[in-house]
Ligand binder design. Structure first.
Ligand code: NAP
Length: 505
């Protein structure tokens, strides 16, 4: 490998006689037809000359929105902000769209931008091996493929975390993870236990309290609730969006949206900032003003700072928590019995259904796919302590292998769509010298990666995520794993790659 900086090059494309490889029509394999895989495929299709294919292990596009079908599922990034820049959608029916509507949006984009024929559904990649300058792909059905470039768009939170609660297997009724909701399960008149008080558990409580006879919310660590008023768009408003796309853009990309992102981001980066104080006051007021019963209020009061865990947004969780058919249980579960859950203090909650809203194994990313880079280096070994990638997109010794929404990117209460679009734009620029035949392969340099990691880890420890709670943000050594700087810094980094941080050969 040749470090581009050592050759004193800034712009690989402009030098004469500098194309030792002929310009190539690269073949791309995209892993996953979720939100990130869809945008990658669309951008490659727009190029006109790209040879690409998307392998999707499921039977539909949509990723997390395909897998999560629980009652109450919504996106807490408002709908017009959670859309592709190139595909504004006047038809959103609510400010915060529900899961089925978001799934329909991704299906619509897939068809409208003509990439469905490039997706191979029900085909799961099990291994990617870099050999002879190309990626050799293996699929679970015995299929094989070969690619110049692999884009892992495998999502962040999709491996369910199943808790080891004694007796869970002996429960007589249905019990399942929130991302494995059984189709058509009747819940009218049922007693439902919901374990977990993250965004998912909170949304399920709100989605079910009209239907179920009883809900017990097992909330061993209560969460701060950010009050986020929701409302329906009227037909007149939708017509206005159809007539004037600038109205959509103002919501998607306007000052109000970015002010919100900046406030939130400043709070993450500086726990002593005025922005953090404002958020702290807001969520505290929500609890104090809206939970009437002082005993329940204390049960629902978290003992850590807001945003230390990913902040839960809800317009009405406290309303639901105070309904007569809802019980908030903050004790420790002793065991699951045939017909309910026994607490450590002896209390027993009789139940017909148990929902495990217990989160995801957030350190997985492209795993369990076995990814083998140069010289037999296996990604799983590189990630033994923590998954990471230079600027969240590239790993040394894994040439022409890129992650979208990969580890250490800004996964927070932001639109992952915006992040994915910026990351693709960055990767696309990295690939230009290869497309024109100047080089054959590119990956971050070990030095750039090591320096990035050192700076990132130091910064991560001073963020709000490092102020003493447990959460899925923390890696195996307790270091927050998300982007620890401002969003605008991320956006700036993604504008143009620093070529000296990459090995081109
Ligand atoms: P989560 O935030 O990781 O929460 C998991 C919950 O399960 C926690 O309350 C945890 O308690 C509890 N838990 C785990 N094991 C347990 C056990 N053995 N006994 C009792 N409780 C147990 O998971 P999530 O709610 O699925 O959310 C994950 C992420 O998905 C969110 O943070 C968000 O990024 C994303 N999400 C987004 C939206 C959206 O609207 N955009 C909606 C849903 C999810 P402890 O806190 O005590 O560990």
């Amino acid at each position: 490998m040749v470090n581009s900086k050592t050759k004193g090059e800034n712009h690989a494309m402009t030098e004469p006689n500098a194309h030792p490889h002929s310009a190539r029509r690269l073949r791309y394999v995209i892993i996953g037809a979720g939100m990130a895989g869809i945008v990658t495929a669309i951008r490659l299709r727009e190029r006109g000359d790209a040879d690409f294919i998307v392998y999707e292990k499921g039977d539909k596009v949509g990723g997390t929105w395909r897998e999560n079908r629980y009652p109450g599922l919504t996106c807490d990034v408002h709908a017009h902000a959670y859309t592709y820049s190139f595909a504004p959608y006047p038809e959103w029916t609510r400010f915060f769209a529900g899961g089925p509507e978001i799934q329909r949006y991704f299906e619509w984009v897939t068809d409208e931008w003509g990439i469905r024929d490039s997706i191979r559904f029900n085909r799961e990649i099990t291994a990617c091996r870099y050999q002879g300058g190309r990626w050799h792909i293996e699929l679970s059905d015995g299929g094989r493929d070969v690619a110049d470039v692999v884009i892992a768009a495998t999502g962040v939170l999709h491996h369910p975390n199943i808790p080891e609660i004694p007796g869970l297997a002996d429960f007589a009724g249905p019990s399942f993870h929130s991302a494995r909701w059984p189709d058509g399960l009747p819940l009218e008149g049922k007693r439902v236990g919901i374990i977990g008080s993250g965004s998912t558990g909170v949304q399920i409580v709100c989605g079910l309290s009209d239907t179920a006879a009883r809900i017990v919310h097992f909330s061993r660590t209560p969460q701060w609730i950010n009050p986020t008023p929701d409302f329906a768009y009227s037909e007149a408003e939708r017509q206005a969006f159809r007539d004037d796309p600038a109205k959509i853009e103002a919501l998607r990309n306007g000052e109000a949206y970015w002010n919100g992102v900046t406030e939130f981001n400043n709070a993450i980066v500086d726990p002593n900032s005025p922005e953090m104080a404002a958020i702290e006051a807001r969520v505290l007021r929500n609890l104090e003003d809206n939970v009437k019963d002082p005993i329940l209020r204390e049960k629902l009061r978290p003992a850590y700072r807001p945003i230390c865990k990913r902040l839960v947004s809800s317009p009405d969780y406290y309303d639901h928590a105070q309904r007569p058919n809802v019980t908030i249980e903050v004790g420790t579960i002793e065991r699951v019995e045939k017909d309910g859950i026994r607490m450590k203090d002896g209390a027993f909650h009789p139940l017909d259904v148990i929902v495990l809203a217990t989160g995801f194994r957030a350190d997985r990313f492209v795993r369990p796919i076995t990814v083998t880079g140069e010289n037999g280096i296996v990604l799983d070994d590189v990630w033994a302590v923590r998954p990471s990638a230079y600027l969240a997109v590239s790993v040394p010794n894994f040439p022409n292998f890129f992650l979208i929404n990969g580890p250490t990117g800004p996964v927070g209460n932001f639109s992952l769509i915006d992040i994915a679009e910026r990351e693709w734009n960055y990767i696309d620029q990295l690939l230009e010298p290869i497309r024109i035949g100047r080089y054959a392969a590119v990956a971050a340099t070990p030095d750039a990666f090591a320096s990035y990691e050192k700076r990132r880890i130091a910064a991560a420890k001073t963020t709000i995520w490092g102020t003493g709670c447990t959460s899925w943000y923390l890696d195996s050594e307790g270091v927050p794993s998300s982007w620890p700087w401002t969003y605008s810094r991320f956006a700036e980094e993604m504008t143009k790659p620093k070529l000296e941080d990459f090995n081109y050969r």
